[in-house]
Design a protein around this ligand. Structure first.
Ligand code: NAD
Ligand code: IPM
Ligand code: MN
Length: 366
């Protein structure tokens, strides 16, 4: 079996706690010869800042670019509120996304049957939910220039962020969404704000153009604000939703609550296939952050992190069977009634991060 390299970046807060469960999982799949992963680990976010005074070093950035896949925990926290803006923990994430050119961020929101009552929405709205948000990840207002705060003569300040999209960026993310829709229910909703934003006008024009190559896929346009409302009104009307960097960030947190908790949502960020090798750079991380409010307590839900590893197996290594096995193990522990605090209903007893990770591993071993 080919050896694949994983570069682990646990980050800060609960990132380090949930990554421990990933390490145990990989150790087991390697020992069973289900995988042959070599792993290396680095520092990102506040933990890198504390040691090197930068959010991520050049060396770790190069290691991330060279790895077959990066597995990332989460970064950030109040401890680093006052560090210089360019070195804030989140800068690590943005640098890696940009330098790895992982423009296609897949954020599946699946409501596991046992969790239909854990959502803040009624059971019938979320039971059986399986939607996929395809978020553009390397463009838009996150990266557009100018991005400045300047002092004005009148003593006030002026802050500028710039939303920029070029045709090729919209074209390639639209193709990812349409291709994925073909493997699902052949339906794409494209969300933008073409009623107020020029970038939205171009977004819609390009997505509709790409849609002509996918006559078998139903394409719907939706304004992003309405998309937010429809996600909580009737989420099952959606299959694939494609949208820009900022709207995708917000809409995926909304989608998370349909599944029960932000602690449930994994993600994959993929680059373009290399023309020579066909390999694509890939970055896997939970959608949630470092959860400073619960960090250090051992109670974070590791499911989003573990499910992100399952996505790595599926999208980077073609190990569909093992990926499905992990997802089934997650579903099985939930059906057994195991709950971390974020997904607990009633006054059910809850388990911690380690216990949840161990239970998933035990299902895999069974
Ligand atoms: P957050 O996602 O860290 O937390 C939001 C809420 O969800 C909190 O109440 C938290 O306890 C809960 N939560 C999140 N993940 C959970 C899990 N696995 N198990 C149980 N509960 C969970 O968002 P925030 O509080 O807005 O941000 C905190 C820090 O994380 C900020 O510095 C932010 O920039 C950063 N952040 C990082 C990433 C990332 O690294 N990918 C993503 C989002 C936010
Ligand atoms: C996410 C996060 C990041 C984003 C932050 C931490 C930079 O919220 O991955 O959803 O805004 O993309
Ligand atoms: Mn986010």
């Amino acid at each position: 079996m080919a050896t694949h390299s994983l570069f682990l970046l646990p980050g800060d807060g609960i990132g380090t706690e949930i990554m421990l469960e990933v390490e145990k999982l990989i150790k087991w799949t390697n020992s069973e010869q289900l995988t042959d992963f070599s792993t290396d680990a680095g520092l990102a976010g506040g933990s890198a800042y504390d040691k090197y005074q930068v959010a991520i070093t050049d060396e770790d950035t190069e290691k991330a670019k060279a790895a077959d896949a990066v597995i990332f925990g989460a970064v950030g926290g109040p401890k680093w509120d006052d560090v210089p803006y360019e070195h804030r923990p989140e800068a690590a994430l943005l640098r890696l996304r940009k330098e790895m050119a992982v423009f296609a961020n897949l954020r599946p929101a699946i409501c596991y049957p046992a969790l239909a009552d854990a959502s803040s929405l009624k059971r019938e709205l979320v039971e059986g939910l399986d939607i996929l948000i395809v978020r553009e990840l390397t463009g838009g207002v996150y990266f557009g220039e100018p991005k400045t705060i300047t002092d004005l003569e009148n003593g006030q300040k002026r802050a500028v962020d710039t939303q920029v999209y070029e045709t090729y960026e919209i074209d390639r993310i639209a193709r990812v969404a349409f291709d994925l829709a073909r493997t699902r229910n052949n339906k794409v909703h494209s969300a933008d704000k073409k009623n107020v934003m020029k970038s939205g006008v171009l977004w819609d024009e390009v997505v509709k153009g790409v849609g002509k190559d996918y006559a078998d896929v139903e394409l719907h346009h939706i304004l992003a604000d309405n998309a937010a409302m429809q996600l909580v009104r009737n989420p099952k009307q959606f299959d694939v939703m494609v949208t820009d960097n900022l709207f995708g960030d917000i809409l995926s947190d909304v989608a998370a609550m349909l599944t029960g908790s932000l602690g449930m949502l994994p993600s994959a960020s993929l680059g373009s296939p290399d023309p020579a090798t066909g390999k694509r750079k890939a970055f896997y991380e939970p959608v949630h952050g470092s959860a400073p409010d619960i960090a250090g307590k051992g109670i974070a839900n590791p499911i989003a992190m573990i499910a992100s590893v399952a996505m790595a197996l599926r999208y980077s290594f073609g190990m569909i069977e093992l990926a499905t096995k992990i997802e089934n193990a997650i579903s099985a522990v939930l059906s057994d009634g195991l709950r971390t605090g974020d997904i607990a209903q009633d006054n059910r007893k809850t388990v911690g991060t380690e216990e949840m990770g161990a239970a998933i591993l035990a299902k895999l071993k069974a």
